[in-house]
Design a protein around this ligand. Structure first.
Ligand SMILES: [Zn+2]
Ligand SMILES: [Zn+2]
Length: 131
């Protein structure tokens, strides 16, 4: 039996067979956004670079450090670093993707709030999010 060919208009790409941009030995850089931790910033959600493990904040966060890292480092895929989420984002194709299981931990600690980190989120954080 021959598998049906994948069509170009599928909503998700399958990255399992992709080698460039994914390193199955790269562990997360920490539990918070690298750049926000350096500048005492805060974030809404976290993304994990599939190539080097860099943890950065999402595009709704003030810093948008995950996207900045992808652009500056040339690393094409991130995976959500939120508990219970396993989707990838494919920057070159600007779409969600499925990918292989990366090394643990799969997310930041469940006890860590979103937005976070605890103590650095301003009271008016909802007005500061990027659309
Ligand atoms: Zn950040
Ligand atoms: Zn990276």
């Amino acid at each position: 039996m021959v598998a049906a060919p994948r069509t170009a208009d599928e909503s998700e790409r399958d990255l399992v067979s992709t080698h460039q941009g994914i390193d199955l030995t790269a562990v997360p850089s920490g539990t918070g956004c690298v750049e926000c931790e350096e500048t005492a910033g805060w974030w809404l959600h976290l993304r994990r670079c599939a190539q080097c493990g860099h943890i950065g904040c999402c595009d709704s966060s003030p810093g948008e450090h995950a996207s900045q890292h992808a652009a500056s480092a040339g690393h094409p895929y991130v995976q959500s670093f939120e508990p219970g989420e396993d989707w990838f984002w494919d920057y070159p194709h600007e779409q969600y993707a499925e990918g292989p299981r990366l090394p643990d931990p799969q997310s930041h600690p469940i006890s860590q709030p979103a937005p976070g980190p605890a103590g650095r989120v301003p009271a008016d954080w909802q007005q500061r999010l990027h659309p």
